[in-house]
Design a protein around this ligand. Sequence first.
Ligand SMILES: O=C(O)CCC(=O)C(=O)O
Ligand SMILES: [Fe+2]
Length: 371
Amino acid sequence: MSFIIKGRNCLAPFHRYLTSTRQFARASVKLYGQGQGHGRIRQLSTAATAEGVEDLYPSRAGICEVLPRKDPVIWTHKGISAAGPLTNEELNHYNQRGFLVLHDIFTTEEMKPVQDEINLFKTNAEHNISEDEDPTLTADSNFLTEPNTKKLRGIFAPHMHLPSVNRLTRSVKLISRAKQILADDVYIHQSRVNMHQALVGNGHHWHTDFEIFHSEDGMPRMRGLTMVVMLNINTPQQGSLIVVPESHKIFIPTAKSTSLDSLETNSKFKIQYGAPDEAILSELVDQHGIEYCNGDPGSVIIFDLNLVHANQNNLSTLDRTNLFVVYNSMENKLVKPFNAPWDRRPEHMAARDKKWVQPLQPIENLLSEEN
Ligand SMILES: O=C(O)CCC(=O)C(=O)O
Ligand SMILES: [Fe+2]
């Protein structure tokens, strides 16, 4: 049975999903429960969508709540684990913590064409922005700038239009690991380059990507993951990815209902959707801390779509450019969005076209001429 607490500044007793310590659960009920003026507790019901797919993770309904995760983190197929290059230790870490940082995955030679292609796109795009433009993500634009600057902040779906990026996203080094965790063929739901340029790159506030993909794109289950390929150095000074370990074990909905302009604003400014309530975030960080995912070019972070993460402003004088690739199980294709006033987001934000929703065929050798 799940309970929710209605109201703005609220916190459900979520420790029971994270720890079996009954004493701790009782203490948190006392601290945050009914007696504290945080609102009425009522039972949560799940809703069915038009397509008959149950909404396992209700959100954006004015409700501040914490729900249990209803999906595995490491999937199996008919009860059998998928084989792959990740060791048992790595899999256990991913299962327990919700993320993994793998160093030296791609060589300098493998990274070079991708770095060059992205730099060229950036230079051309920035050159062509006129004085009165402040590009943001829309149905017609797949890139956005840092507000009121000509500096690129992100490029969406680079795998759909940049050949070297496309090849990298099909590398066996990524696909084999994604398939091992998801126990299925995978396709790319979304890819993006987060530029995070020196001195101007604004951070992203705490959020989970799953809440957004579920509510706005109709991704039914937590059967996807993000692989972040570092294109240059990632340290705390450059605003490397920060995560709250173990936060993937609960689902934190967004209370605010989805507004039409969120398509354009959520990536450009402070994230408002997918962002946990401050009290819930504080509790999570008190329990599990914050970890920095640092590395050199060619390193890869794998993180569960439901992991709470963020990054800080880049106040250093070095750019931090990362390629984010969201792999989704072929069995977890999009249905109608669960909580949004549109039927679909643009293809460069959420793939639905058969051209892209196909099992990816891995490339063994990125440096060969084939594929
Ligand atoms: O660029 C980063 O490190 C984090 C960005 C992020 O969370 C996102 O694009 O969803
Ligand atoms: Fe994110």
